[in-house]
Design a protein around this ligand. Structure first.
Ligand code: SF4
Ligand code: SF4
Length: 167
């Protein structure tokens, strides 16, 4: 799944500050004390006019939000969407959600950044003694959602060799 294709549409006009999204996200991901996948922010109350006040609650995903990839990969909605008591959270493709922005004001379209929770690495060192060619191949997989590799083929590989020899 390309994470940049999906996001959350938040109709913050009707957020009640119930905290259900915060708690359900934390429990689903087993985040420790002091970490959250989504947090509530408030602005207000402060007076605009005689009978008018600014007071909004904004549920905003953090950098730990992975868009509930373990659920959404199976066709289920994110747990915060599932548990939102006011039904103001919507998950989907950015292009589909963006079209809904014209339906009403006081909406936020959020595309969380992706930070893998785990990374598994493998270092494979190869040396071709015939032409003194030295290369290293490093692969890392981020909990099944991101995959990338790096290939070094320069003098720094020798430095790594030297460091390893000292250990
Ligand atoms: S989409 Fe999932 S990870 Fe992101 S804020 Fe909602 S519950 Fe948390
Ligand atoms: S569950 Fe919905 S209504 Fe409750 S705080 Fe979160 S976004 Fe707002």
């Amino acid at each position: 799944m390309n994470m940049a294709e999906y996001g959350l549409l938040i109709d913050y006009e009707f957020c009640t500050n119930c905290g259900s999204c915060v708690v359900s996200c934390k429990e689903e991901h087993d985040y420790p004390v002091g970490q959250w996948g989504i947090k509530l922010h408030s602005d207000g109350p402060w007076q605009i006019g005689d009978d008018e006040w600014n007071w909004n609650w904004y549920p905003l995903p953090t950098d730990l939000c992975d868009l509930c990839v373990e659920r959404t990969d199976k066709g289920r909605e994110p747990i915060c969407v599932h548990h939102c008591l006011a039904n103001i959270l919507d998950y989907g493709k950015i292009e589909d959600l963006a079209k809904k922005l014209v339906d009403k004001p006081k909406q936020l379209l959020i595309v969380p950044g992706f930070r893998p929770k785990q990374a598994k690495g493998e270092f494979v060192h190869r040396t071709n003694k015939a032409d003194l060619h030295t290369a290293a191949h490093l692969q890392a997989v981020g909990d099944g959602h991101a995959e990338f590799g790096a290939h070094r083929h320069d003098a720094r590989v020798g430095e790594y060799e030297a460091e390893a020899a000292k250990e």
